[in-house]
Design a protein around this ligand. Structure first.
Ligand SMILES: [Zn+2]
Ligand SMILES: [Zn+2]
Length: 255
């Protein structure tokens, strides 16, 4: 049984065959997933899917790339949604220095506002990080994010930053890149993170694991991520599945 902690089944890329994708996930043993909404279009769709399927949950947040569009209205909206019974986390939120739609200072402010909201409503947060690890850790520390903890989603940086994340009660989530032949860092991370702080995800439709690299990703492929981590750690795939499923239940406070 697998828990995919980060999926975007709520995006257009799945409009043609969403039911079949969900069926394939079930056949592959993916029993639980968190559908992550990040803007006006994807947040309601994440909630709709979470309401429709048992063991599907939603996370709601504002993506850093679109930080420039975030106003008090969106903040209020997220606050209201946080009390929905199927919403288990706030995010994804964070910093993305790869795209320049939103200036860094705007991204930082919107990130801080969402962390403060998470502390108010007492919910874990899901962090999106692209080329901004040091700034993210600094802001999480300053905003006392350790109070709620959360996930470093699709962790893709140097293992030297992992201890600081663990210290703040964050889990490290690995996705497709851990299976890429030339991806040295995620493989190192897969070996060093304590098993009780590790999560797995697809981030579908993006970042499909080997041998599906370059294709549209889907939750069924999260098994390939678990298999790769098991190989790297020298343990069984079942152990990885079991631990990551248990960790996700703990973090999202599911029974
Ligand atoms: Zn992301
Ligand atoms: Zn995502």
């Amino acid at each position: 049984m697998l828990f995919d902690t980060h999926v975007h089944l709520n995006v257009r890329q799945f409009d043609q065959d969403r039911e079949e994708v969900i069926e394939r996930a079930k056949e592959a043993g993916v029993t639980h997933m968190v559908i992550v909404g990040f803007d006006h279009e994807t947040i309601p769709k994440a909630i709709e899917l979470a309401e429709t399927y048992e063991h599907f949950y939603a996370a709601v947040g504002w993506h850093p790339v679109d930080a420039i569009d975030f106003t008090e209205k969106e903040l209020k909206w997220l606050e209201e949604l946080a009390s929905h019974p199927k919403v288990v986390a706030l995010g994804e939120m964070g910093l993305d220095y790869h795209w320049d739609k939103s200036p860094h200072d705007v991204q930082k402010e919107v990130f801080r506002k969402q962390i403060r909201l998470a502390r108010e409503v007492n919910m874990p947060i899901i962090i999106h990080n692209r080329e901004a690890t040091e700034d993210i850790i600094k802001i999480l520390q300053e905003e006392q994010a350790s109070e709620v903890g959360g996930i470093m989603h699709c962790y893709n940086d140097d293992p030297i930053y992992v201890p600081a994340c663990l210290d703040m009660n964050f889990y490290i989530s690995l996705g497709g890149p851990v299976t890429f032949k030339n991806a040295k860092l995620p493989k190192e991370v897969a070996k060093m993170v304590p098993l009780d702080r590790l999560l797995i995800e697809t981030d579908c439709p993006f970042l499909a694991p080997h041998p599906n690299r370059g294709k549209r990703n889907e939750p069924a492929y999260v098994a390939l991520v678990a298999d790769q981590i098991a190989t790297l750690r020298g343990i069984s795939a079942e152990e990885v599945q079991e631990a990551t499923r248990k960790n996700a239940h703990h973090l999202f406070r599911l029974s």
